[in-house]
Design a protein around this ligand. Structure first.
Ligand SMILES: C[S@@+](CC[C@H](N)C(=O)[O-])C[C@H]1O[C@@H](n2cnc3c(N)ncnc32)[C@H](O)[C@@H]1O
Length: 246
């Protein structure tokens, strides 16, 4: 599937409303709440390195990876100054490092991109194998409610001057997969626009399905929150943050 290729170069422009510093603070609050003081951190699906930047700046010994070379090339621009950061091209489903980590993190619904349940269980098992005993795994998902009722069957149109895009979505009730059809028009001079398309797919997982898969992968203590808080999610929570301890 053609994802995060040309879009990679627009990603940061379109994510300006996301406060990654606040996201980083939330991750550190989780470390504190769970009495963890990680030194070695693995970030999966780091994208253009927006969270990685704060982790690197704070001095964590960080390994981060993504499937998209284009996203990684944008991440490299932000991260090359940090001697404590390694950037790699790997797949969440079958990554392999000859080392263990104190914490594994993946943010911004990257986990929803794993649409096959067996693949997701294998990812969780793989995370478990790469964690030290007592290590912490933190990730968020777009909730089932958000993918089905907010994003699914809706079209969004946004005009940001030199970037104009449409985002058409279809939710399949049988598979719980949401297909995103993105069409971008991008201009350098404000007059001539280049068009390109991407098709993304996210799978809607119910909270209890994720908990079940984490248990199957070997995690013992599992919690979940409405993202950026320590509150229980309700039926309309749009982003759910999981914490699992090895
Ligand atoms: C919504 S973006 C989030 C990026 C980044 N975590 C952030 O917060 O901005 C999803 C990312 O997941 C990556 N991705 C999707 N499937 C992947 C996989 N199987 N392995 C590694 N990365 C993957 C994409 O390339 C993309 O960078």
């Amino acid at each position: 599937m053609n994802i995060y290729n040309k879009f990679a170069y627009l990603y940061d422009d379109l994510m300006v409303d996301f406060d990654y510093e606040n996201w980083f603070n939330y991750i550190e609050n989780i470390f504190e709440k769970y009495n963890k003081n990680p030194k070695k951190v693995l970030e999966m699906a780091c994208g253009t390195g927006n969270l990685s930047y704060y982790l690197g700046k704070k001095g964590y010994k960080l390994t981060c990876f993504d499937l998209s070379e284009d996203m990684l090339s944008k991440a490299y621009e932000k991260l090359r100054r940090f001697k404590n950061v390694k950037l790699l091209n790997q797949d969440m489903v079958n990554f392999n490092f000859n080392e263990n980590f104190d914490a594994v993190i993946s943010i911004c619904d990257s986990i929803n991109y794993i649409i096959d349940e067996e693949d997701l269980i294998n990812t969780f098992k793989n995370v478990w194998h790469h964690l030290e005993e007592g290590g912490i795994f933190i990730f968020d998902i777009n909730s089932y409610y958000k993918l089905k009722y907010i994003i699914g069957h809706n079209t969004f149109v946004e005009d940001r001057g030199n970037i104009f895009y449409t985002w058409e979505n279809y939710f399949d009730e049988d598979t719980d997969i949401c297909d995103f059809y993105l069409t971008f028009f991008v201009s350098e001079d404000g007059e001539n626009f280049l068009r390109f398309n991407e098709e993304h797919r996210e799978k809607a997982y119910k909270t209890e399905e994720i908990v079940h898969m984490l248990k199957e992968a070997g995690f013992s203590k599992i919690d979940y929150y409405s993202a950026f808080t320590f509150d229980r999610p309700d039926e309309k929570t749009e982003r759910i943050n999981f914490v699992a301890i090895k």
